[in-house]
Write a protein that binds this ligand. Structure first.
Ligand SMILES: *Cc1c(COP(=O)(O)O)cnc(C)c1O
Length: 393
């Protein structure tokens, strides 16, 4: 079947048109790019069920695009459960992966129909002692990843040496353990940590199964798949090649799932901001934008990402420039020592690869609202259109 032609919303003319229609600042989300990312990762990791982790961009259009590609969801909070429920998602396509939950969070997820949860300590396992007929667990194991931009094994996960003890606690309580999970860190340079973790989990699962401590037929390899920011990374096929080889060593009965977040949405959105005013200070042009470090560019702080920025104005002469955010705080500077054409009030600045951990962690400090999200290239029947600041849709 031929696909309908898609308009590329990242082209300058389209960016200008969308800003005219939806205002500035704006996050332009291209659902076709979300679908393409899903297909690329699926091709690089065939046989792995992809559960999109909502955290980097919890937007209905992303959920719809992921499901349209036969994807699944990784929910971690009651808010994410509520979003999936409101969108009519089949709970059988969802898992809940927060290792530390309030009883109410567990109740909300169970009520929606989620069955598979994550725990990494005895107290958390005990929360499931009265729910043995309704819930099953993955035990999260920690493999430290000091090389990753964001090490996700420091805060969560049990020591591999404690895994059998934990599995025994679950077995004694009658809590069914389906397998293990790990998160090797986000935006990792190569798959070495994933490969090491798969090998270690394979051994742990075999030992726990031999000891009769659970079913151990599921391995969740987490997220972490990297994307290009100002520094390019390995393409996904190359990144996943050693991981594919490691997964091929698993017994056939083990089902493998992954929880990609950044990889699915990062390249699928651009941030657009408008020059509110300018000043010349010590030989540099300072441009003050209507979005900054407290808004969608907050990922530069929280996620340590560095987004490629460009202007939509052409100009042969390039001058040393600073891009600053709108708030009165002096740390609110996006980039310094850029060479840009001379800009004027109303000119547009575009940040690339701004889908993940940008809008999602933006604040409204100083009453500067978060950018609206406009989702383009949706398929007919997808719900919702423009999402303004806050989580109402
Ligand atoms: C944040 C998170 C993810 C997504 O990680 P990425 O590095 O964005 O792919 C997946 N699983 C869990 C448990 C997470 O906390």
């Amino acid at each position: 079947m031929r696909r309908p032609p898609f308009i590329d919303p990242f082209q300058p003319a389209e960016v200008r048109r969308l800003v005219k229609e939806f205002g500035s600042p704006l996050l332009i989300l291209d659902c076709e790019r979300v679908r393409v990312q899903m297909r690329k990762l699926k091709k690089a990791l065939p046989q792995v069920a992809l559960h999109y982790a909502l955290k980097p961009l919890p937007h209905p259009a992303v959920v719809a695009a992921v499901l349209a590609e036969d994807g699944y969801l990784d929910l971690a909070t009651s808010g994410e459960v509520q979003l999936a429920r409101r969108l009519g998602v089949d709970p059988a396509r969802c898992i809940h992966t927060h290792p530390i939950k309030r009883p109410q969070d567990i109740a909300n997820a169970l009520e929606f129909g989620v069955r598979l949860f994550v725990a990494d300590n005895p107290d958390e396992i005990r929360k499931f002692a009265q729910l043995t007929d309704r819930a099953e667990l993955l035990l999260r194991v920690s493999f430290r990843s000091p090389g990753a931009m964001v090490d996700l094994s420091r805060k969560f996960g049990c020591d591999p040496e404690d895994l059998l003890t934990l599995a025994r606690i679950a077995a004694d309580l009658g809590v069914r353990v389906r397998g293990l999970s790990f998160h090797a860190g986000s935006q990792v340079r190569d798959a070495a940590k994933h490969v090491e973790a798969v090998g270690a989990c394979m051994k742990l699962m075999a030992r726990a199964r031999r000891a009769g401590l659970g079913i151990f037929d599921t391995l969740d390899i987490g997220g972490g798949f990297p994307i290009d920011y100002t520094e390019p990374v390995q393409d996904i096929r190359r990144f996943c090649a050693p991981l594919r080889a490691a997964l091929a060593q698993l017994p056939r009965r083990v089902r493998v799932i992954a929880e990609p977040g950044r990889y699915i949405v990062g390249p699928a959105a651009i941030g657009v901001a408008t020059v509110m005013g300018r000043a010349r200070r010590e030989g540099h042009w300072w441009y003050y934008l209507d979005d900054g470090l407290y808004g969608a560019w907050s990922g530069q702080l929280f996620d340590k990402a560095s987004y490629p920025v460009e202007t939509l104005r052409d100009g042969a002469e390039r001058l040393p420039s600073v891009l600053a955010g709108p708030t009165c705080d002096s740390i609110d500077v996006i980039a310094e020592n850029l060479m840009l054409p001379q800009l004027r009030e109303g000119d547009l600045i575009v940040g690339r690869a701004m889908g993940a951990y940008t809008w999602a962690c933006a604040t409204e400090f100083n009453f500067f609202p978060k950018p609206a999200v406009v989702a383009v290239n949706r398929r007919a029947g997808d719900a919702g259109s423009v999402m303004h600041s806050g989580l109402q849709f």
